[in-house]
Ligand binder design. Sequence first.
Ligand SMILES: [Zn+2]
Length: 268
Amino acid sequence: MPELPEIETIRRSLADCVGQRFLKFSFFREDIIREKTFDPQKLEGNSCVAIERRGKYLEFVFPNNRYLTIHLGMSGRLWKSHDSNEQQIKHVHMVAVLENKETLIFYDPRRFGGLWFTEGRTENVQKLGIEPFDVQFQAEFLWEKARKRNISIKQMLLDQTFIAGLGNIYADESLFAAGIHPSRAARTLTVAEWRILQQKIVEVLQASLALKGTTFRDYRDGLNQKGAFQAFLKVYGKGGEPCPNCGTPLERIRIAQRSSCYCPLCQK
Ligand SMILES: [Zn+2]
């Protein structure tokens, strides 16, 4: 599933959609629209004034406080295309024609993603927690939230209402970098441990962002290009392989129905 670095890479790669008029929207599956408080055709002829990202959501902002919000779910892609044949690809659910004749294509075979057309920000986005690149993203703030929660640190990092944008890949990588065991109770982390974890989360996300994200199979950026961070992952998806620090075989456990990979020696 694309996480913060992948969605931010898409946002940056679509920057030239800002300032362009969106001439026409076509939908090939109505149920991909999760919510609409106005008819999407009302956006036609309007210029996109900004593309913003919150957590794993992208928001295309239009005049009159109208938003097109997009979530890519497990397998979604969003890219701009010069090739009109790409509109015919199976599992393309939305095509938007831009002023410069390019099209913006939303594709999602597994359909865990979706589109929201709302006046103002959609409720899902309003419920999101802190952004890891926000200045408020600091150890004391995180410790204060976590000390009241009775769940594991891994589960807590995946909770989008706590931190927005982390998923399984970057949660596993950050916990490894910080030397924290994924099944540790979140409330037992000290402020000093949060300081390290906070710093590692930011470092891991920035390193991935610099390489345009992680592509295993599905993820592509807004120009339909793969990311390159997969070559630099240390533990995610590597159960049974040797720990890059100490050589001990990495272990894989299930936490909250998700698999977690970690080093039993380096992570406490
Ligand atoms: Zn190790």
